[in-house]
Design a protein around this ligand. Structure first.
Ligand code: ACO
Length: 406
């Protein structure tokens, strides 16, 4: 008999690669990271140029279709997206089933997964029209769904989208307007949010994107696949980092603020404490995160616009950044602020509640997930994802009947 632990010797060579650090899951034309140089490209365009010259829906068009839109194509795309910004009225009832204190990400996983129950005319993944409709719906409805999750948790009525506003402005309207009073979008804040969306739109085979591809590899429908991506994104080592980063700043502030940064850094260096400097470090960027450079710029613009340069929380964040960037522990390990360090600060300044930060990341990443899902469907090499394992459990043994077991 074969010892089950020796099975791998009978099934050929298996690469043991925890965290899939050295495994390419697929080939892709969508985004490319040069981690050593600190560069990120969508479809060949440097992120700095996209963040400067384009808006989020232009970027979505690029990510989905491979080329930047002409002015006519852009207008058509924006009109199409706007046609789908409302959600099915019946979906509103789904929200009522959640506890008011539920985490918005828990609501998002449920609601986005449930879209497949509401939009059954776009579930046939072999039909290009269904795939296009699902992609458009997801991009169009995510701001509405995320804003509704917020309104539900604060007990306010849902606000319908206002299609005369742009994507970011409309989201801020659905978040902050009430039936008693409108929200007048501030162009600096709307542009800052738009930039957050551009910078988070796609990022190669990160954990949530790989999850979407793996879910999709079984033929699951696009709404279910995006819900699986949202679930993965929620973790604090991935999209949950911006929320975890703000919570870390609140903790340091509670302990005494700027004077306590030294003590906190000491705790981070003590491996037994299991404390990380949230918003620092990245699996691929080992010199700097180009998105962080752009978000840092936006962060200062927003703090200036709102006159918050001297707000104690924001001063604490900037001092923590300064101290960590000069500390040998972080420098020698090539740990630099990632985009989430600054995007959390920007969102807090705009007035977005901390618990919603990862939901906004999900809203931004939806276009990347759906484009990657679509690319996978078209890939002739695509197979159901089925990694192997190294079995290290018990050897073959016999079952002792229950009444004889001691
Ligand atoms: N704080 C303190 N130490 C850290 C941090 C951190 N944020 N990140 C890594 N390290 C240390 C590790 O303890 C390790 O130290 P050692 O060599 O003494 O053992 C060394 O740096 C290398 O770390 P790894 O864990 O190998 O780095 P990895 O590439 O696997 O992890 C990750 C990357 C998960 C992002 C990590 O840096 C981290 O947890 N950062 C905080 C969470 C965060 O900000 N995540 C957002 C990522 S960006 C995004 O999702 C948009």
């Amino acid at each position: 008999a074969i010892d089950v632990r020796d099975l791998h010797e009978h099934i050929g060579v298996i690469a043991y690669d925890p965290g899939l650090i050295s495994t390419a899951l697929c080939s892709s034309e969508i985004s490319f990271i040069d981690g050593d140089k600190g560069e990120l490209f969508y479809r060949g365009y440097p992120i700095e140029q996209l963040a400067t010259h384009c808006d989020y829906l232009e970027t979505c068009y690029l990510i989905k279709n491979g080329e930047l839109p002409t002015a006519t194509q852009y207008d058509e795309y924006v009109t199409t997206v706007k046609r789908h910004t409302m959600v099915h009225e019946q979906l509103m009832r789904l929200y009522q089933g959640f506890r008011r204190d539920a985490h918005p990400m828990a609501i998002l996983v449920g609601v986005v997964g449930a879209l497949s129950a509401y939009y059954q005319d776009s579930l046939d993944i072999t039909n290009p029209e269904h795939r296009l409709l699902a992609a458009t719906r997801l991009v169009a409805k995510m701001p509405t769904i995320v804003a509704m999750a917020y309104k539900y948790t604060v007990g306010q009525p849902f606000m319908y989208p206002r299609n005369e506003l742009n994507y970011a402005e409309n989201f801020l309207h659905m978040m902050f307007a009430t039936p008693c009073g409108p929200y007048t979008p501030n162009p600096v804040l709307a542009r800052a949010l738009d930039r957050i969306l551009i910078l988070h739109a796609d990022h190669e085979q990160n954990a949530s994107t790989s999850t979407v591809r793996l879910s999709g590899s079984s033929g699951a429908n696009p709404y279910a696949c995006i819900a699986s991506g949202i679930a993965c994104l929620w973790g604090p080592a991935h999209g949950g980092a911006n929320e975890a980063c703000l919570n870390m700043l609140f903790d340091i502030q509670k302990q005494g603020g700027v004077e306590k940064i030294g003590e906190f850094i000491k705790q981070v260096k003590d491996k037994d404490s299991n404390t990380k400097l949230m918003g620092f470090g990245h699996r691929v960027y080992k010199n700097f995160d180009p998105r962080a450079t752009l978000m840092r710029e936006t962060c200062h613009e927003v703090l200036n616009e709102l006159g918050l340069q001297n707000d104690p929380l924001f001063k604490l964040a900037l001092e923590l950044e300064r101290i960590a960037l000069e500390d040998d522990y972080f420098v020698s390990r090539k740990l630099y602020p990632n985009v989430d360090f600054y995007s959390g600060i920007v969102q807090k300044a705009i007035g977005i509640p901390v618990q919603l930060f990862t939901g906004i990341f999900a809203m931004a990443r939806t276009i990347g997930w759906i484009a990657q899902w679509n690319e996978m469907i078209h890939d002739p090499e695509q197979k159901i994802g089925r990694p192997r394992q190294l079995y290290v459990g018990a050897q073959r043994r016999g079952v002792v009947p229950l009444k004889l077991r001691r």
